[in-house]
Every structure is written in C-alpha cells, then in structure tokens.
Design a protein around this ligand. Structure first.
Ligand SMILES: NC(=O)C1=CN([C@@H]2O[C@H](COP(=O)(O)OP(=O)(O)OC[C@H]3O[C@@H](n4cnc5c(N)ncnc54)[C@H](OP(=O)(O)O)[C@@H]3O)[C@@H](O)[C@H]2O)C=CC1
Ligand SMILES: O=C(O)C(=O)[C@@H](O)[C@H](O)C(=O)CO
Length: 276
C-alpha cells in the first residue's frame, strides 16, 4: 500500500473502503472481509447507522485496531457545539472505539449556516483526544476559507463526489492549493453507466484490468483518495489491486475528458443540497 501524508502529519492509505448501506450481520461480514483483504481505512458516518457494524467488524478482523484508520462523520442536525460533542461521543460508543482517526463534517448545509460552530467542536474534540485528524465533506472553496478565517484551522481532508463523469477539477485544485487532501465518494459512480463507458473499457482492456480498477487508478494518479464500497469479497479485492499499473498522460486526459457539467449521480450540489 502507498500512503498520503496529511498536513497534520497523519498518514492515510491511498485507497479506503466505503460502507454506506453495509449494515447488520451481512455488513459485519463484508467489512471484516475488506479488512482481512488489506483495507485499513474504513469510512462510515453517524447517518449510515452502521458505526456499530463497523466496530463489530473491526473486533472480528485479523488486523489490530491500532493498525486501522476509522473515519466517521457528524450529521448536520448536530452542528451546535455541545450537540456535536455529544454526537461524536455517541458514535464512539456505538462503534466501541475510544477514538476516530479522522472525523468529518458531513455536509456544509450553507443555508442553515452552522458549520463554523460545528468546526469549533471538532477542533476541541481533537484537543480532547477523541479524534486524530479533522476534516469536512462537500465543502466548496469559500466554505474552506471561512473555516480558516474564523477559527484559524483549515481542514486536512475534503471528501467530495468524484468519478470520471464528475471529475471536480476545480475543487481538486482548490483543495490542493490549501493543503487539503481530496477523498472521493462514489468513485464508481454508484455502479452507474460510468462502469460501461466505452473509453474506460478500451483503456481497461489495454491494461488487462477492469473499468473499476482504471477509475480508481485515475483517482490515485490525480493525488486523491477513493473510497469504493463493495459488499463482495471478489470486488473488494479487485478494487484494492490498482498499484501494479500506471495510466499514461494520454489515458489520464481521455478519462478527464469524460466529465459532464451535470455529472453528479444524484444532483447533490453542496451549494444548495442540504442533509441533516
Ligand atoms: N461524504 C459523503 O457525502 C458521501 C460519502 N460516501 C462514501 O463513499 C463510499 C463510496 O460511495 P458509494 O456511494 O457507496 O458508491 P461507489 O461508487 O463506491 O459504488 C458502489 C457500488 O458499486 C458496486 N461495485 C463496487 N465495486 C465494483 C466493481 N469492481 N465492479 C462493479 N461494481 C462494483 C457496488 O456493488 P456491490 O456492493 O454489490 O459490490 C455498489 O453497488 C460510500 O460507501 C460512503 O462511505 C458516499 C456518498 C456521499
Ligand atoms: O452517503 C452519504 O454519505 C451521503 O451523504 C448521502 O447523501 C448519500 O449521498 C445519499 O445518497 C443519500 O440519499
């Protein structure tokens, strides 16, 4: 595995595991399988209602907790300061963990305008030792700058929707300029049409790889960290097996050219979409 170093010093693997919709005993089985196969960064969220499932999988897996990186997220309904700390403690309790390695604000919800207060809670939770690194999801450049301006602390991670049909070139550059690592949610486009794209298929065939593997390799060569989810051991293994080939500049460009202005999978524009 190769690693990124966050600006606060924490190292993250270049690829992690998404867990949205992995719940209950089937979820425990799937997440245990992912860890046993080599995933060390596990992405969950309060709103996935599966932090207990993630904790159970970690206790069953063959890798000690100290060698894993667990990432969860604070939902928008808990952005008042004390609510945020209480929700974080509840998430830790549900997962049976003493700390999260990384912890993110889930959505900016700009109309509600509470994300700065929530950010102050994360800054303090980090000081209390409940979280190692703090970040955000779905933050536009102006929201990142506001956090820096009002609290003096820039997030180290911004997790955003990113796949070949919505490649986020502008947001990626904005994150990089600010020293923020971009993580990619729905990197496989939630198993939508992108997985059958003919350009991706041609490139995949040229490398004797699958389309999913080409997408994840493209993410990593852009310096971002994809979080593919799969309930199936064989796909989990395939999605991790992306470190033995390299896309050429021309192939990278051909994939970049697939982006579409309205390429979001569910139209969730963080300037207008709100989630609590
Ligand atoms: N911060 C945020 O706002 C958000 C964060 N996330 C995070 O990002 C993670 C990933 O995004 P997600 O929306 O789950 O979607 P993904 O883009 O990871 O796609 C998951 C889908 O692709 C299928 N799949 C996985 N691997 C392959 C493969 N190699 N070939 C073909 N199909 C495959 C899966 O099926 P199967 O399971 O049957 O294998 C599943 O249906 C989430 O699980 C979550 O952790 C997601 C959305 C928003
Ligand atoms: O999965 C997540 O992390 C989300 O933020 C959700 O909004 C997800 O994108 C979704 O599709 C909810 O319908």
């Amino acid at each position: 595995m190769e690693y990124y170093q966050l600006t606060d010093g924490l190292q993250l693997p270049k690829l992690g595991f998404g867990t949205f919709r992995l719940k209950g005993s089937a979820g425990v089985k799937a997440i245990t399988s992912a860890i046993d196969q080599g995933y060390t960064l596990i992405d969950t969220a309060y709103n996935y209602e599966n932090e207990g499932t993630v904790g159970a999988a970690i206790r069953r897996a063959s890798v000690p907790r100290s060698q894993l990186l667990v990432q969860s997220k604070l939902p928008g309904r808990y952005y008042h300061y004390q609510d945020a700390l209480d929700a974080l403690e509840e998430s830790l309790h549900r997962s049976g963990l003493d700390y999260f390695d990384t912890y993110l604000l889930h959505w900016p919800n700009p109309k509600k305008d509470e994300y700065v207060e929530a950010w102050r809670a994360l800054i303090d939770a980090q000081k209390f030792g409940l979280i190692r690194s703090i970040g955000v999801c779905n933050f536009l450049p102006e929201y990142l700058d506001r956090l820096q301006k009002e609290t003096g602390v820039m997030p180290v991670i911004n997790q955003i929707e990113l796949h070949p049909y919505f490649n986020q070139a502008t947001q990626r550059a904005a994150d990089e300029k600010r020293g923020v690592l971009t993580q990619d949610w729905s990197p496989l486009g939630r198993a939508s049409a992108v997985l059958n794209d003919p350009v991706l298929k041609t490139i995949a065939d040229a490398h004797s790889k699958g389309v999913g593997q080409v997408i994840l390799r493209w993410d990593i060569q852009h310096g971002t960290l994809p979080l593919p989810k799969s309930a199936h051991a064989s796909r989990q293994a395939a999605n991790l097996d992306v470190f033995d080939f390299e896309l050429s500049d021309d192939e990278m460009q051909r994939i970049d050219d697939l982006t579409k202005p309205d390429g979001r999978t569910k139209g969730q524009n963080p300037a207008t979409y709100e989630e609590f």
